[in-house]
Every structure is written in structure tokens, then in C-alpha cells.
Design a protein around this ligand. Structure first.
Ligand code: JFZ
Length: 437
């Protein structure tokens, strides 16, 4: 706002307050479902299978010819998401393989031309909306099928010199692809009613990489914002420096150490995570996370002011893997009694320091602090520096009071320091994966 208009890189101008309002539902809801589903689900060995195994379009064609998810029941999916406590969902409308899970006027390489024959995206949107979930579209900027998409640093051929790059890309024209990309995003922003989230993936600027010029990111995002003024957009269009160029940042597949900042200001963020490592259905993968790990991902995100987008990779028949089902159920049983520590919550104010083996979340509306016990202590739960700050303590799952008192020491020899508080916990750990105070 301080720079003269001519220096500003503005795509969409709004005050910080307006942006906060636009993102309010998303910041409140905290927990969503990511769905990676496409032709690669049939290979069942990672959504990058085409690249990893260097398959040609011809070799990949069988997945298109056979795709027919006969057991797909989007209402069931939506209910599973809801029961797990998720409030929104983001689905792959097109992944890097280039196949469109919706009816596109700009390609024949889409769902209506497979044996399934119907617009899956439409069915999905209707069902998720009907169940009261917000909806989001993942759309891959990368396209391994389109004949004009240039071979770049992310392809197995990896061009190393300009000559190599030129000869590899003879006959390919990114301008043609760019137009296609814009046309497809326009379809998505036009044909499915209100879209709450747009999740574009991804940029890798640099030599033989791709970024905002390749995607025509500025024009693309302007169009998106005009067609869907309420939409919330991720940050993978290579528009980090532009006002309105992105709404939230997307750390993925690792533990986030602290609330991400931009020029010292805390920014909205959502981490996306998988159950088992890959995003697409991977039959033989053995790296599944357990319930506690998944809950920690959620709680830890909220404890640092962020969201969690937890991914399911449905099978090619349209079902969730039984391990995903089990995990969703387990998360749901925890959420049923503890979701108050998630929705509407954020990082606790500085004055509260997390006691050992805990994660704190805080609801600024109700002024309640939620202490998540990752490791259940024996009788004494010491909260250093909390003296005078606690009015009442209870377990969240059953609203049973936890008494504040002197530590159970060796015949009273051990004293709680004046600045600390000691909570007297029952010996039996409550029947809750992660108890919350
Ligand atoms: C991308 C995809 O390649 C992947 O298949 C999946 O859809 C995931 C959600 O997004 O993977 C990325 C993209 C960007 C980074 C890492 C993985 N990155 O910038 O670190």
C-alpha cells in the first residue's frame, strides 16, 4: 500500500481485513480431505508412475481404456470425511498425467470417454455439497499428455544443454498449452457452481523449469478471481511477490517447525499429508502412519496456526483402502469428543508455554486453552509459569474436573514453585488416544 501504484504487483486488491474475512471459514475449519484419484490409481504404484517407469502415452493408454470405477459412491466418501471431522475436500480434477476427471470441451482425454462415461467431478461436487462440505479443485499445471507441454527439468529426459532442450521440444509450443490450461481452468471455475478452493500444482522456475511466464499465471489468476471472487487459492503459481497472487502456503510431507512467515508476518498455511507416503492409491506401500501420528499432524498444525489437508488415494473401483477407512474412523472417534480443540482454534498466545510432551491450541473467542497430552503423566502434571492463569481445568472428552493442587511429592517434600501450577491427574489414562485438558 505504500508503494506507488506503478510499482505494485497487484492481481487482486483487498485489505488485510477483507482477506481475513474471505479466508474465515477455512481458518476456522482447519481440517480437510485431499483426494488423489485418476488413471494412475489402476497402476496402484504411485501417481507419478508414468514418469517413474518412463511410460509412453501408448503404454499408458490401457489405463484410459479400462477406467471404470463401478463402486464409486461420492455420498459415502463425503460421509466418511464428515465423520472424521473434515469440513472441506479437495479433489484432483487433473493430475500430472493429464487425464481430466471431468467433462472438458478442450480434450478427449477425459472421463466421459472412458468406459465410466460420466462426469465424475460433477457427481463428486453434488454429493460433497449435499453433505455440507466445502469443495476444492486440485488442477495440475504440469501435463505429461498434452503434445505441446515442453519436456523440462522434471522429465526423465532432463535436458542439459540449450541444443538438447530445443531438439527435445521440436514441435512443442507452450503458448498452445498455456491457452489450453486457461481454457480448462475457466471450465472448472464456470461449470460446477461455487468453488471454495483452487489448488494448482506446481511451479519450479529456473533453467528448463516452469514458472509464471509458462503458465501465464497473472492472467490465469485474474480470471479465476473474477469468476470466483470467494475462492481461496494456494501458492504454487509462482506468484509469491504478487498481492492477491496466493492465499495460503502449502508445506507438504514434513513436520512444520513453526508458523510460516513472510516479511515477518504470519501467513495462512495448510500442510498436506498422506496416510502412507504416496498420494495416489499404492497397493504395496508399507509406510502407513498410525492414528496417533495422524492426530499429531492435525493438532500440531492447529497449534501453529495452520490447517491439515489429509490425503486419501481411492482405488480404481472407487473405494478407500481399508487402512484409510480405519484411520478416518479412528480420527473421527477422537474428533467426536475433542474437536473443540481444533475448530476455531489457533496458536496459543506467547504467555503460555507448552509444558513437556504437550501441544497447545487456543480459542480466542472463548478464551480457552487446550492442552494435548501426547504422553500421559503419572498423577502430577506440571504447568510451568501458569500460576494465576487458570480458572478451571477439565478433561475435554468428558468434562470432568481436574483438581489443581500440590504435587504428590515424597511426603510433601517436593514443592510446586510459586509460578507453576500442578494438576492432579487420575492414574488411569482416559480412554482417548490423546487426552485434552
Ligand atoms: C506435488 C505432486 O507432484 C504430487 O503428486 C502431489 O500431487 C502433491 C500434493 O503435489 O508434489 C510436490 C509439489 C511441490 C513440492 C513437493 C511435492 N515442493 O515444492 O516441494
Amino acid at each position: 500500500a505504500v508503494l506507488p501504484a506503478i510499482c505494485q504487483k497487484v492481481i487482486w486488491s483487498e485489505t488485510p481485513e477483507q482477506k481475513k474475512d474471505r479466508l474465515a471459514w477455512w481458518t476456522n475449519d482447519r481440517f480437510g480431505m485431499f483426494i488423489h484419484w485418476g488413471l494412475y490409481s489402476q497402476a496402484a504404484r504411485h501417481e507419478w508412475v508414468k514418469k517413474r517407469e518412463k511410460m509412453t502415452n501408448d503404454e499408458y493408454q490401457k489405463y484410459f481404456d479400462l477406467f471404470n470405477p463401478d463402486l464409486f459412491d461420492p455420498t459415502e466418501w463425503a460421509r466418511k470425511a464428515k465423520e472424521a471431522g473434515m469440513k472441506y475436500a479437495v479433489i484432483t480434477t487433473k493430475h500430472h498425467e493429464g487425464f481430466c476427471m471431468y467433462d472438458s470441451d478442450y480434450t478427449d482425454y477425459d472421463i466421459v470417454n472412458t468406459p465410466y462415461g460420466k462426469d465424475i467431478l460433477k457427481e463428486w461436487v453434488d454429493a460433497f455439497r449435499a453433505e455440507g462440505l466445502k469443495i476444492g479443485f486440485y488442477y495440475s499445471l504440469i501435463d505429461w499428455h498434452h503434445p505441446d507441454f515442453t519436456i523440462d527439468s522434471r522429465h526423465p529426459q532432463k535436458p542439459k544443454t540449450d541444443d538438447e532442450y530445443k531438439s527435445l521440444n521440436k514441435g512443442r509450443d507452450m503458448a498452445v498449452y498455456r491457452k489450453y490450461l486457461h481454457n480448462q481452468v475457466r471450465e472448472l471455475m464456470t461449470n460446477y457452481g461455487q468453488v471454495d478452493i483452487l489448488w494448482l500444482d506446481f511451479s519450479y522456475p529456473g533453467k528448463y523449469g516452469k514458472g509464471k511466464e509458462d503458465w501465464g499465471s497473472l492472467e490465469l489468476l485474474k480470471m479465476v478471481r473474477e469468476l470466483q471472487p470467494g475462492v481461496i487459492v494456494n501458492d504454487r503459481l509462482d506468484l509469491k511477490d504478487y498481492e492477491g497472487g496466493w492465499d495460503f502456503t502449502t508445506p507438504e510431507q514434513f513436520k512444520v517447525q513453526q508458523w510460516p512467515t513472510e516479511n515477518g508476518v504470519r501467513i495462512p498455511w495448510e500442510t498436506c499429508q498422506t496416510f502412507s507416503g504416496s498420494w495416489g492409491y499404492y497397493r504395496d506401500e508399507h509406510t502407513w502412519k498410525d492414528t496417533k501420528q495422524l492426530l499429531v499432524l492435525l493438532i500440531e498444525s492447529v497449534s501453529k496456526g495452520g490447517n491439515l489437508l489429509l490425503n486419501v488415494g481411492p482405488t480404481a473401483r472407487g473405494m478407500f483402502d481399508y487402512r484409510a477407512d480405519q484411520a478416518l474412523e479412528a480420527i473421527g472417534s477422537w474428533m467426536k469428543f475433542n474437536d473443540r480443540s481444533i475448530y476455531g482454534c489457533t496458536q496459543a498466545p506467547e504467555e503460555f508455554e507448552a509444558p513437556d510432551h504437550t501441544l497447545l491450541t487456543y480459542n480466542p473467542e472463548t478464551n480457552r486453552l487446550y492442552v494435548h497430552l501426547l504422553d500421559y503423566p503419572m498423577k502430577n502434571f506440571l504447568m510451568p509459569g501458569f500460576a494465576g492463569k487458570i480458572k478451571y481445568a477439565q478433561f475435554l472428552h468428558d468434562a470432568s474436573e481436574i483438581k489443581i493442587g500440590k504435587s504428590h511429592g515424597a511426603w510433601g517434600k517436593e514443592k510446586t514453585r510459586a509460578q507453576d501450577v500442578n494438576l492432579l491427574l487420575p492414574v488411569t489414562k482416559p480412554n482417548v488416544e490423546i487426552p485434552v485438558i
